[in-house]
Ligand binder design. Structure first.
Ligand code: PGA
Length: 253
């Protein structure tokens, strides 16, 4: 069975005190309420990673993710964070290619390819995001657009590397808008993504990759969305900032 994953992307939110409070609440709720078969991942801002790690490190089904990394090992890159730094403080996953990074920081498929390589080289797990704009969907090009993002950033990987990935489908028009994809739209795209992966890596590998849905996911809609047979969990923004909501989403399988 594929891994069921719910990842909370906190984006640029929470002071130190707030981050510790939220983590303690989430840790308590997950420990007592969420099945070991579900992996919860917390992705706080860089400055909180270390302190969050200390609060979750004895809970086997809570992992720690960074929201980004730099594509070089080290050097004169003021303000940037390398994958080896992340690894040294207990980070296990790195979100790559979120649409906000693509849009505001001009991250291209080519740059993301380099970041994916660095993350895998340090034996961390990329959570690779893809997704189309409303314009692209309305033009009917959404399947090609998303498949092309995957091809250009991931299809140079060998089978062993590829098998480690987690993929997150996040339609841009659903992020932070309160407008989610319908469960049919999510399932349809997840199936298309899996078929695309299978065309390159074969069915067995494609069937093993967890594909998460992201975009206005909340405790009220998660169950229906996660019911899709190719939907293996969620990447949660706004609702991950509330311990009760995030935990309830983790219980929505
Ligand atoms: P949202 O964000 O849940 O607030 O829509 C999702 C994301 O950007 O990962």
């Amino acid at each position: 069975m594929r891994k069921r994953i719910v990842a909370g992307n906190w984006k640029m939110n929470k002071t130190m005190e707030e981050a510790q409070w939220l983590t303690s609440e989430v840790a308590n709720m997950i420990r007592t309420e969420v099945s070991q078969e579900v992996t919860a991942i917390l992705a706080p801002p860089f400055v909180h990673l270390s302190s969050v790690q200390k609060l979750i490190n004895d809970i086997p089904n809570i992992k720690l993710a960074a929201q980004n990394c730099h594509q070089e090992d080290a050097g004169a890159y003021t303000g940037e964070i390398s994958v080896s730094m992340l690894k040294s403080i207990g980070v296990s996953h790195v979100i790559l290619g979120h649409s906000e990074r693509r849009e505001y920081f001009k991250e291209t498929n080519e740059l993301l390819k380099a970041k994916v390589d660095k993350v895998l080289a340090q034996e961390l797990i990329p959570i690779f995001c893809c997704g189309e704009s409303l314009e692209t969907r309305e033009a009917g090009d959404h399947f090609d657009f998303v498949c092309n993002q995957l091809t250009e950033s991931l299809f140079h990987l060998n089978e062993a590397q590829f098998s480690k990935l987690v993929i997150a489908y996040e339609p841009i028009w659903a992020i932070g808008t309160g407008k989610t994809a319908s469960s049919e739209q999510a399932q349809e795209m997840h199936a298309a993504i899996r078929a695309h992966l299978a065309s390159k890596y074969g069915t067995e590998i494609a069937e093993g990759i967890s594909i998460l849905y992201g975009g206005s996911c909340n405790p009220g809609n998660a169950k229906e969305i996660f019911a899709g047979k190719d939907v293996d969990g969620g990447l949660i923004g706004g609702a991950s900032l509330k311990s009760r909501d995030f935990t309830d989403i983790c219980k929505s399988f």
